[in-house]
Design a protein around this ligand. Structure first.
Ligand code: GDP
Length: 481
């Protein structure tokens, strides 16, 4: 009986409290059921309503996924251009276009998936150059990848703010016939940070109502737009039911959707076992410097030290070297995982803790998996490393991240961690205080709309409801708390 209990507890952990569906073949995606061996059990439990919604989404995906009869039928409608209302399709889709850096991609896929759940649509992901190399299939049986022969695929790269066939521009130019019989079979939504006021109507109820019958909704975004979905009245109640704890949206959806492929899982587990597993405490420091030069910069180094020492994330060193005699017994081992495009900051830290003892007697090891020098989104190993580093950061106990970085948001969300965030330096000067604790582990929506759809005027969308607030690291951004 004990062993039965043990094994059901095991599988409860393995399935992340019911978030993951059982029954996947383990071999092709080891990370799916092995993540619980590396990550502590989350204190945040998904609601049973979310779990039931995920299971019914999986059924929908099975029925409507690529090459199913329903998919083929919906494709035919796409071919015919105009929608024929009498043959309203049984399956409707959200198509996510591959765009921007990897952190942004992860956040936008999660946003698109939540939108799909809210609108009873099927999410199909444009594989782009790297997605299948980085992520396992999250849904049983049918792929989440958009087939490469998808008719509009050649337009994906061309879509931009000025595209005449974006929803925003069609509205702006009065080119959209909104009567139900003549709605088009697809709409393109430009939700990239440079989007205009008409594109932002996506976040209005009235417009959402219009989209309901359109079988194909295609979106390009580089932003975590979930906070603004909470401000759409027709979604609000459902969202609160799905996420009674509103600060757990990305935490749950991220762990549900993003499983590293075996290649990436190898990078993660080898690194973890070699450098992090034996430590008594794991500390992650994500360093993202948005400066034009390469660095390292003294003001950034000073900021990292000021933050981590003031907040006691890292132990003080004894620079008078009085504690030269090592205390007897096994010292407390702290492993610091740094991630950064350059290596200077972690080299400084490592040297500091080698040359001088800590006042506490702790021993500190500093490790950085890569230093890729600059963003190289087209290179396969570059993206694998970026993904494995986000994941490794999410396995730490205490996290420090950099302002404005989606790379850090992904790590904090997956890890269920509330990091210390290093505020953005201005004019080569670190702000004071150098960092602060975030209110919640949710990512920040960097380019939210400031529009009251009903009153048709501008408003501060960070002041409408208590759980959608401005971000710690970007005063105009929005985040869930
Ligand atoms: P953001 O720009 O910080 O919001 O994060 P993104 O992930 O969207 O884009 C930054 C890209 O730069 C990443 O996808 C990586 O390709 C690269 N990059 C930035 N920081 C790091 C890092 O610490 N490690 C690695 N390996 N790559 C990084």
């Amino acid at each position: 009986e004990g062993s039965y209990f043990e094994s059901s507890k095991m599988s409860e952990e393995k399935l992340l409290g019911g978030l993951l569906a059982p029954g996947f073949d383990e071999g092709p995606c080891l990370s799916r059921y092995q993540s619980s061996l590396y990550r502590k059990t989350s204190p945040y439990k998904p609601s049973s309503y979310l779990l039931s919604k995920l299971r019914s989404y999986e059924e929908l995906h099975k029925r409507c996924g690529p090459y199913t009869e329903s998919y083929n039928k919906a494709l035919k409608q796409l071919g015919s251009g105009q929608m024929i209302s009498s043959t309203e399709s049984e399956c409707k889709y959200v198509v996510w276009i591959s765009f921007s850096g990897l952190g942004n991609k992860i956040l936008t896929v999660a946003s698109a998936f939540l939108y799909a759940i809210l609108t009873n649509r099927v999410l199909l992901v444009d594989p782009g150059k790297d997605m299948p190399d980085l992520f396992c299939e999250p849904f049983p049986e049918k792929s989440w990848f958009l087939p490469t022969n998808f008719p509009l695929k050649s337009k994906f790269d061309l879509y931009e703010q000025k595209s005449p066939d974006s929803y925003g521009n069609m509205i702006k130019n009065n080119m959209l016939n909104t009567s139900a019989e003549s709605l088009p079979s697809f709409l393109y939504f430009h939700l990239v940070h440079d989007y205009g006021d008409h594109d932002k109507l996506f976040f209005c109820d009235e417009d959402q109502m219009l989209f309901r019958k359109v079988p194909w909704l295609i979106m390009k975004s580089d932003n975590y737009f979930v906070p603004s979905l909470f401000l759409i009245p027709s979604f609000e109640q459902e969202l609160i039911r799905l996420f009674p704890d509103k600060s757990t949206v990305f935490h749950h959806l991220g762990r549900y959707l993003f499983h590293p492929t075996n290649q990436v899982w190898g990078l993660i587990t080898r690194y973890y076992q070699a450098y992090l597993a034996k430590a008594d405490e794991r500390i992650g420091i994500q360093i993202r410097v948005f400066e034009s030069g390469t660095g390292p910069y003294q003001h950034v180094m000073d900021q990292i030290l000021a933050c981590t020492l003031q907040q006691k994330v890292l132990p003080e060193v004894d620079n008078k070297q009085q504690t030269v005699v090592p205390p007897s017994g096994k010292p407390n081992l702290k492993a610091v995982l740094t991630t950064c495009l350059s290596s200077g900051y972690s080299e400084n830290l490592r040297t500091m803790y080698w040359e001088q003892p800590t006042v506490s007697g702790d021993v500190v090891g500093v490790y950085q998996p890569s230093h890729e020098e600059f963003q190289q989104t087209e290179k396969q190993f570059h993206n694998r490393k970026a993904w494995s580093e986000m994941y490794l950061l999410s396995l730490t106990d205490v996290l420090v991240t950099s302002a404005w970085s989606t790379f850090g948001y992904v790590a904090q969300g997956l890890g269920g961690l509330k990091p210390w965030i290093l505020y953005k330096p201005e004019n080569h000067t670190a702000p004071n205080p150098p960092c602060g604790r975030v209110m919640s582990m949710e990512p920040c929506f960097h380019a939210p709309p400031f529009y009251d759809c009903k009153a048709k005027t501008g408003i501060d969308t960070g002041k409408v409801v208590p759980h959608v607030r401005h971000c710690e690291d970007m005063s105009w951004g929005l985040k869930l708390i």
